[in-house]
Ligand binder design. Structure first.
Ligand SMILES: Cc1cc2nc3c(=O)[nH]c(=O)nc-3n(C[C@H](O)[C@H](O)[C@H](O)COP(=O)(O)O)c2cc1C
Length: 243
């Protein structure tokens, strides 16, 4: 007879197909700005995506997030105005030769996406002293970011696109969204079914920036020690093209 805990462990193993499905979601996830379809997202699909977000790790199991769904065109319009204002300022921050390309980029899909979804962080969710956040108060914000990534990958597996818009004055966004003092906006997301997903980051396709070589980003034992002799096998695996 199978030991019950052994059986449970077996059920928790990933088959090769399940493992590959997870990697597929990771590698084919894209930031979506311009291909949104107006089709509504059925409630069971939206619920699965939000439940995935809610199962993210969080410091001290704080679960500091809330999820605000914005569907009203008027509310979207107000946020879009904040984006336009910040984006004009953003353009001026780049060197002259980058400005034309920056202006040509579409960096949000606020009005087209059927749902805008704000992921927040309540900095007081679990009281003033939180297990694991005792020495670095930013850990709650990182936890909300983990929820965003879960949400993004779950959405991708549902065929739903997500685009993160961060070009806002955070104070003005907070005010516009009526957030209480202790709550900060972490991610403003445009969410909806898409006509297609690009196969590579758009910023790469348009020549803004390339993916960095992973083997140069991995250090051993101390900062900057990137190519020790004894790690050559791992480093050549990292440098191998493909997944
Ligand atoms: C914290 C964060 C903020 C981002 N803000 C924006 C944004 O304001 N506008 C935008 O077009 N993309 C934004 N992105 C998307 C990135 O540009 C995108 O993830 C990156 O170019 C890689 O492309 P990929 O997500 O399709 O792989 C943001 C992504 C993250 C993680």
């Amino acid at each position: 007879m199978e030991n019950p805990s052994g059986q449970l462990q077996q059920e928790l193993q990933f088959s090769v197909a399940e493992r590959d499905a997870l990697y597929k979601a990771i590698y084919s996830r894209r930031d979506v700005r311009g291909q949104f379809k107006p089709d509504p997202i059925p409630d069971p699909v939206m619920a699965r995506i939000l439940k995935a977000a809610h199962h993210a790790p969080s410091v001290g199991f704080m679960q500091p997030w809330n999820f605000m769904l914005i569907r009203s065109p008027a509310a979207k319009q107000q946020v879009h105005e904040l984006f336009l204002e910040a984006n004009r300022e953003a353009r001026e921050m780049f060197e002259a030769e980058r400005k034309p390309l920056y202006s040509a980029l579409k960096l949000e899909g606020i009005l087209e996406a059927p749902v805008n979804l704000v992921v927040t962080c309540d900095r007081e969710r679990a009281g003033p002293v939180v297990l694991g956040r005792t020495h670095d108060m930013a850990m709650d914000i990182y936890s909300s970011v983990c929820a965003v990534q879960n949400l993004w990958l779950a959405a991708r597996s549902e065929g739903v696109g997500v685009g993160w818009v961060s070009i806002f004055d955070p104070q003005k966004l907070k005010q516009r969204l009526n957030l209480p003092a202790q709550v900060i906006p972490v991610a403003y997301l445009c969410v909806g079914y898409v006509k297609h997903f690009f196969t590579e980051p758009e910023l790469q396709s348009v020549g803004w920036r390339d993916r960095l070589p992973l083997q140069d980003l991995v250090y051993f034992d101390y900062w900057g020690n990137s190519h020790p002799e004894q790690e050559q096998a791992l480093l050549s695996e990292l440098a191998r093209p493909g997944r």
